[in-house]
Design a protein around this ligand. Structure first.
Ligand SMILES: *Cc1c(COP(=O)(O)O)cnc(C)c1O
Length: 222
């Protein structure tokens, strides 16, 4: 079942679009099942659960750390950095200046460069999380100031709706801005990921240039 889900999504994803299997709420056994099906890239959105699962895959199942790629995709409070930053290969959800500054400080203190995506607030969601365009512009103009953060691209979540037109409007906004930034900062080599698309809208996201899709339910079930 789970393997069928991963296989059919992988088959349909264009070459080069990365699949992040969002394993939140599901037990480590489910991650292991996905691993056996060939999946290597996982996303979690709660710091404690993230740390527990990273460790369990290594300690309980003996999977070497460098075989897996762990993405943190949820809201991150600055008092929880130590549960996430030592392990995360990519923090997709940097959504405020306060968090960005704290990640930079943590990186300095721990001699680690943290890979991040800047979250653009696009959807008409209740949540106010994410930057507006002007803030992301400001950060990237100052990118050199951040010696322990690597800006790898942008993440966004479309409005949660069945109306394709609303979803397309959100993806148009983020992908247009992403292209604009790539043109504006040609020397920012690391800035090359556009993480859009979830279980309900990943096919649309691919049309808008997603380089990475984050899929939970369509792989692991409800
Ligand atoms: C839960 C979650 C996903 C996956 O959602 P599904 O609809 O289950 O595929 C993707 N991105 C973020 C940020 C999430 O929190």
């Amino acid at each position: 079942m789970l393997k069928d889900n991963i296989d059919s999504i992988s088959r349909e994803l264009p070459e080069g679009v990365k699949l992040v299997a969002v394993s939140k709420f599901h037990p480590v056994e489910a991650i292991m099942e996905a691993y056996d099906a060939g999946q290597r890239r996982f996303g979690e959105n709660r710091p404690q659960e993230f740390e527990m699962k990273v460790k369990a895959m290594q300690e309980k199942y003996g999977i070497p750390r460098n075989e897996l790629e762990w993405h943190f995709i949820g809201h991150l409070q600055t008092n929880k950095l130590k549960m996430v930053l030592p392990y995360a290969d990519l923090v997709q959800s940097v959504d405020s200046m306060h968090l960005l500054e704290a990640v930079e400080e943590w990186g300095k203190a721990n001699s680690k460069v943290i890979n991040v995506l800047l979250e653009l607030h696009i959807g008409a969601e209740e949540t106010k999380q994410g930057f507006v365009e002007e803030e992301i512009l400001g950060i990237l103009f100052d990118a050199e100031k951040y010696t322990h953060v690597r800006f790898c691209g942008m993440m966004g979540m479309a409005t949660h709706t069945d109306d394709d037109e609303d979803i397309r409007a959100d993806f148009t906004r983020i992908s247009t801005f992403y292209s604009y930034l790539r043109d504006l900062f040609p020397d920012l080599d690391s800035f090359r990921e556009l993480s859009i698309g979830m279980s309900g809208d990943w096919r649309i996201a691919v049309e808008y240039g997603a380089t990475m899709v984050r899929i939970g339910t369509a792989i692991f079930g409800q």
